[in-house]
Design a protein around this ligand. Structure first.
Ligand code: ZN
Length: 203
């Protein structure tokens, strides 16, 4: 594991040799569905407010609302304004169970696309490839992740996907865990934890 304070490699559950902070035994990462939902909900609210202000120009808000209600525009514009929120709920539902757990022994992933667990001692390779956001399983929406999450790390995180390759023995078929941009919060820290495990010198 890595010390969350200073980034020093250390055994999980012990004290950091450099700064004495407790090093976590496990780190848990969640999905980004909540971020998408918040931004798209906010978009809906702004849209609806914009429609209301535009519809009631030249009169009061209440009068404008009444007029829009009467001529049916309120329903149409309300439906349009709700569209982003609906998209947000859709992606939130897909990502709500997304979770990655990293310990000194294994990496485990619970996901809409299937659960997976790899022991670090079986991981032989870490592949890193650039990918267009639109080509991810999540699609173009993952582009939003650059603007939403922890700005310190994620907004600068390049659109790459990671593949962890594991083999049990020589003849064993390889098992691949694929981590795409836009699904997991704090990909930057996750990548550092993964690199520490993959590139460590075996004890
Ligand atoms: Zn430390």
């Amino acid at each position: 594991m890595l010390c969350a304070e200073c980034g020093q490699p250390a055994i999980g559950g012990t004290q950091c040799p450099q700064c004495d902070s407790p090093v976590p035994e496990r780190e848990t990462f969640g999905g980004q569905g909540g971020h998408y939902l918040r931004v798209l909900l906010a978009t809906s609210v702004v849209l609806f407010a914009g429609f209301l202000v535009y519809g009631s120009r030249g009169s009061t808000l209440a009068a404008g609302l009444q007029a829009m209600l009467k001529n049916g525009w309120l329903l149409v514009l309300g439906a349009i304004a709700l569209l982003p929120a609906g998209i947000g709920f859709y992606y939130w539902a897909i990502l709500r169970n997304e979770e990655i757990i990293v310990t000194d022994e294994y990496i485990e992933r619970r996901s809409y696309w299937g659960d997976q667990r790899l022991d670090w001692r079986q991981v032989t390779e870490l592949r890193r490839e650039t990918i267009a956001f639109s080509q991810t399983r999540l699609g173009s929406i993952s582009r939003l992740s650059r603007y939403l999450t922890d700005r310190k790390i994620v907004s600068r995180f390049p659109p790459i996907y990671l593949e962890l390759v594991a083999r049990q023995g020589d003849g064993d078929e390889e098992r691949v865990m694929r981590l795409e941009p836009g699904t997991i919060d704090d990909m930057g820290w996750l990548l550092r934890l993964i690199e520490e495990r993959v590139h460590r010198t075996p004890a």
